[in-house]
Write a protein that binds this ligand. Sequence first.
Ligand SMILES: O=c1ccn([C@@H]2O[C@H](COP(=O)(O)OP(=O)(O)O[C@H]3O[C@H](CO)[C@@H](O)[C@H](O)[C@H]3O)[C@@H](O)[C@H]2O)c(=O)[nH]1
Length: 330
Amino acid sequence: MRILVIGGAGYIGSVAVSELVKQGYEVVVLDALYTGHRKAVDPQAKFYQGDIEDKFLVSQILRNEKIDAVMHFAAYSLVPESVKKPLKYYDNNVAGMIALLEAMNDANVKYLIFSSSAATYGIPEKLPITEESPLNPINPYGDTKVMMEKIIHWADQADGIKSIALRYFNVAGAGNNGEIGEDHHPETHLVPNILRSAISGDGKFTIFGNDYDTKDGTNIRDYVEVNDLIDAHILALKYLIKNKQSDVFNIGTAHGYSNLEILQAARQVTGIDIPYTMGPRRSGDPDSLVADSTKARTVLHWQPKHETAEDTIASAWQWHQKHPNGYEDK
Ligand SMILES: O=c1ccn([C@@H]2O[C@H](COP(=O)(O)OP(=O)(O)O[C@H]3O[C@H](CO)[C@@H](O)[C@H](O)[C@H]3O)[C@@H](O)[C@H]2O)c(=O)[nH]1
């Protein structure tokens, strides 16, 4: 089976490429390299550089490479950046999805696995969050993901493009035995920021707010390990091709950790007493996001191998130790 991975040079996309190659899929990657790292892409995958919005290019690749299914990882995904630059997010994420669906129609490719987000739920009415919870995003990033899900729904009704949207909770960890890691510029995510600070000893790690309505006042999130997340993608792909039914699944462990608990777990894993400063709130952060992932576990038979924050942080720590300067390593 031939898979086009769009955004296959980014953090999560490159873990997907590595795992798909390992499992015997023929993999083609399209990535604009705006944020991705060419170095992270498995050399067994064929690589094209280009933008998802270039529908002529995408349609040509789909046809020429005889692609059976697409995995789409090419959306922007930083909550704080989306609050500051909403138009950048609506353009890349929403217009990118429309262009991709047009290219898929043109090339008659009917299967899509797509990265949605827990950010679609906004401030949940109850925890843990099931797939039926209302979608009320509180930041532009989450709003683009709701729009992308709606566009896909109507493209399915009209054109028969079958898709599975995976609503990721917070992804962390490293792929390919610690060779593929998270390295955004600037980095805004919690786990890499803590581990970078552990390595550099710069004492600059800040927690954003301790006046939320949670047990210790800091935000609570559900951390899913990146290899477990990619397992879910591959199970979703098999399920979609077998059942030819569009669907949506939460991908999270169902365990919530506060930001202070994540810091404590990172201290445990690294053996380093990482200092922190308590700062003000960051805009766009809901109090708590914890998945009810029963549906993925029962329907897809998804079973995450990393159930605790320590497990997931240990996975991320492998990469940070090997790459103390990120992908800029000589
Ligand atoms: O240096 C830092 C970085 C983050 N945080 C806090 O850590 C938590 C997690 O933040 P972050 O790692 O940036 O993730 P989220 O903003 O929760 O968003 C992630 O998780 C979402 C789903 O929950 C995904 O959809 C997004 O793409 C992904 O960026 C939040 O409370 C942040 O305020 C800090 O306190 N200090």
